[in-house]
Write a protein that binds this ligand. Structure first.
Ligand SMILES: C[S@@+](CC[C@H](N)C(=O)[O-])C[C@H]1O[C@@H](n2cnc3c(N)ncnc32)[C@H](O)[C@@H]1O
Length: 320
């Protein structure tokens, strides 16, 4: 009995899945019994679930409920369409399968809010026109009442005073590593991590003809006294870290003295510290790199005396 083959074609809206699937179908059909289908449709039950998912009345549907509905439609599709065809030894060509759920229900979820209903409607129309309405929801909401805890990226175009009022909420709710992107206006005393300026000749609001795009990465809380051993490099070390947003103020102590901290960088949960000093009468450079989680930093340290370089694992713990 011939073995069935299951091929899935994935990609975002407008990527050309249907075109590629049709070409592949035409190519394979002379040689194999091919069934060309698409997810989440293909079955009566799946189509009903799809109608439910697209229903404007159910905009408040929880992400978990949406994911389970997609999974239900898929279970029906597999049992009613895919498995019987594979059992008959056919080649099943499906536009979309489980990867689409991983991308759309797992990662690419967007929520757009504004207190002005006209702008929310405009955003919905624009998303529909661009074919991305399944990727984002738009709601009339005050952003100070919007839960940001699950957001990995917050993009905004707000006036400078609103930006500044929002900073405490961004820092309190977003996880370390989350990114904030702001159009034109900064976040007051919280210095940006990156900025690009682009020419936008048609722009007639704010700074006309040009746009600035700022990026911040939410920093982990690195403050405190961190200790660790560095065998052969002075014994017990301590970093005393003070912090203002992503900027660190670090003092490095070794038995009998301090080392000079030449550079300190925090981006999300990634810590980098460049240290120089004399240990046992010899000059050394140490470059520490690690990820901070809870009261632990784990990573690597590269040590160099100008002639020889070596790397070791590095783990530091924060004193309670
Ligand atoms: C500079 S306009 C940007 C408009 C549009 N989002 C854009 O990118 O072209 C600022 C927008 O912020 C909205 N806004 C101000 N305070 C808000 C708040 N607390 N909650 C939600 N939206 C707010 C205003 O209604 C206004 O539409």
């Amino acid at each position: 009995m011939p073995r069935g083959i299951f091929i899935t074609i994935e990609g975002p809206e407008g990527a050309g899945k249907t075109t590629q699937a049709r070409l592949l179908y035409e190519h394979l059909r002379p040689r194999y019994p091919v069934l060309h289908t698409r997810e989440p449709g293909g079955t009566t039950i799946g189509e009903q679930i799809r109608t439910l998912l697209l229903d404007e009345d159910f905009r408040e549907m929880a992400p978990q409920a949406e994911m389970l509905l997609f999974a239900a439609a898929r279970a029906q599709f597999v049992s009613e369409v895919v498995e019987p065809a594979l059992r008959e030894g056919r080649l099943v060509l499906s536009e979309r399968y489980v990867d689409a759920s991983v991308a759309y229900q797992g990662y690419a979820r967007g929520l757009g809010v504004d207190i002005d209903p006209r702008l929310v409607n405009l955003a919905r129309d624009n998303a529909k026109r661009a074919g991305v309405e399944s990727l984002a929801k738009f709601e009339v909401r005050d952003l100070f009442d919007t839960d940001l805890r699950e957001a990995s990226i917050v993009t905004m175009y707000l006036l400078p005073e609103v930006n500044r009022q929002l900073v405490p909420r961004l820092l309190q709710q977003l996880k370390p590593g989350a990114r904030i992107v702001s159009h034109d206006y900064d976040l007051g005393e919280w210095t940006h991590d990156e900025m690009v300026e682009v020419a936008v000749p048609e722009k007639m609001v704010g700074p006309m003809g040009r746009s600035k795009v700022f990026l911040w990465v939410v920093p982990v809380d690195a403050r405190g006294a961190w200790s660790f051993e560095l065998p052969g490099h002075g014994g017990p070390w301590q970093f005393r870290i003070g912090q203002s947003y992503q900027l660190l103020d670090v003092e490095a102590r070794v038995p009998g003295g301090v080392m000079a901290v030449r550079g300190a960088r925090l981006r999300g949960d990634e810590v980098r510290l460049a240290v120089t000093g004399t240990l046992a009468g010899k000059p050394w450079n140490q470059l520490f790199r690690g990820k901070l989680a809870g009261d632990r930093i784990a990573g690597q340290v590269r040590v160099s005396d100008g002639e020889n370089t070596a790397s070791y694992p590095w783990t530091a713990t924060r004193k309670p």
